[in-house]
Ligand binder design. Structure first.
Ligand SMILES: [Zn+2]
Length: 173
């Protein structure tokens, strides 16, 4: 499930720059709050069965959540490459804060939500944080502690992360 094209660190950095550029572009084009969705995939393979299943499920849930909460418009585009699965969505009829709350709910309640990385930008292009809305930080999908600390300190070896992700997909797909 993990197999796919391996990418270099240079490609990772280039892709990060491309995403930031896209985020700015979407903010200025739409003048609406923007949702930037990516799949958390550790290691050098970003496009594989795990990321594609997770992405399809997440994209569907994001759209549904927006529609069900009465948003007036939802314009979305997916970007799939060796660097992984991503999408941008411009959402009308909702405040950036409410949109962020909605996306936190998707991350925290969807069975595959631990694979999702959903950022929300306001119309000035400023990213909203869990902290500022009083939400707890995200938990590591392996050990349940602060996910940022585990990632930064590389607490879990790659095979353990891949096993856990495959297990989450199998259990929910
Ligand atoms: Zn952990």
């Amino acid at each position: 499930m993990y197999r796919g094209p391996a990418i270099t660190l240079e490609q990772v950095l280039e892709n990060r720059e491309l995403r930031a550029e896209r985020q700015r572009e979407w903010v200025s084009t739409h003048s609406l709050p923007i949702v930037s969705f990516t799949i958390n995939m550790p290691g050098s393979v970003k496009l594989n069965q795990i990321s594609q299943i997770g992405f399809a499920a997440g994209q569907e849930q994001i759209r549904k959540a927006c529609m069900h909460s009465g948003c007036s418009s939802f314009i979305s585009q997916s970007f799939i490459s060796d660097c992984g699965c991503e999408s941008m969505s411009a959402v009308g009829g909702i405040s950036p804060q409410d949109l962020k709350r909605l996306m936190i709910e998707v991350e925290d309640t969807h069975p595959l939500g631990r694979l999702f990385d959903i950022d929300v930008f306001d119309t000035q292009g400023v990213v909203l944080s869990r902290d500022q809305l009083g939400f707890a930080r995200r938990r590591c999908f392996v050990c349940g502690r602060d996910a940022k600390l585990c990632a930064r300190n590389r607490v879990h070896p790659l095979p353990a992360l891949i096993d856990k992700l495959s297990e989450i997909i199998h259990a929910n797909h």
